[in-house]
Design a protein around this ligand. Sequence first.
Ligand code: HSE
Length: 299
Amino acid sequence: MIKVRIPATTANMGPGFDTLGMALKLYNEIEVEEKCGETEIYNNGQRSQDDYRENLIYTSMIKTLSRFDYNYDGFYINVSRCDIPICRGLGSSAACIVGGVAAANALMGEVMSMDKIIEVATEIEGHPDNIVPAAVGGMVVSLQEGEKVSYSKVQLPHKLKFAAMIPNFQVSTAMSRGVLPKSYLKEDCVFNISRSAMLISALYNGEFDKLRTCFGDRIHQPYRKTLIKNAELILDKAREIGAIGEFISGSGSTLMAVVEPKDEERFEKEVKSFLSSFEDQWKVILLEPDMEGIKVGSY
Ligand code: HSE
C-alpha cells in the first residue's frame, strides 16, 4: 500500500498571481494500491458512489502512468484524511493532482524526479503556484517556460502565522479566472511587479514594517472580491485588528491574514467574534507554513 500526505497551499499571496504559493500545515492523505478489476474509491473507508473516472486523484494517476506506458488494471484509492476544505482556495485540487502523480510514481518504482512530478502535475493543473509548494513545501516562486517549471524557495526568516478565514461557500477556480480581464494597464503591471519583488525581499530581510504594502494587487483581487460576500469588509477588519497583510487565498473563497505570533491569540479571538456576525459560517484556522511538501511512504 502506498500512502501520500499532501499539504494545503495558499497561492498568489496578493501580487504573485499564478507565481507565488506557500504550503501550510493542513493535510490530506491518500492510500493507493493496485487491484484486479474496476477501480474503487473510498473516503475514509466509505465507498464513494461517484464515478471514479471523474476523480481527480484517479485521473492524475492515469495521466502519469500513461506517459510511461505502465500497464494497470484497477486501483484501490482511499482518501484517509481530508482536512483541506474543497474548492475554498486552499489547494484541494492541487493536493489531489500532486497526490495522484506522486502515488503513480511510487507504483512505478520512483521513476520520476521531483522536477518531473512537478512538470506533470503542473500540466494537469494549468499553473504551478499551488502545485510546487504542495510538492516541495515552503513558500515558493514558480514559473513556466514551455513545459518546464522552474522554482525557487523563498527564505522565511521569522515565524509568521497565516489566519485562514474560510466561509461555507465555494468559488470555482474556472469561474474566478473567468472574471479576470484579458489585458492590463502598464501602471497596474508595475504595481504588481513592485509589490511581488518587495514581498520576497522584505520577507528575506525580516522587514515586517514593509510587508504592509506588499500584499497589494491589481491583477486579480479587485475582480474576485465581488465573488466573495463581505470580502472587502473582512479584509479591512483583519487589517484594523493587527494583520500585517491580507489577501484572497488562491482564487478564494478563503481570505488569508498574515499575523505575527505575538498578536496571534488576540487576532484569532477578535476576528472570530467579527465573523460570527455574518452568515456563511466563517471558520478561522491559524496555520504555519509547511516546510516538507509531499511525503510518500509504503507499507
Ligand atoms: N493562481 C490561481 C488563480 C490559483 O488565482 O487562479 C488558484 O488555482
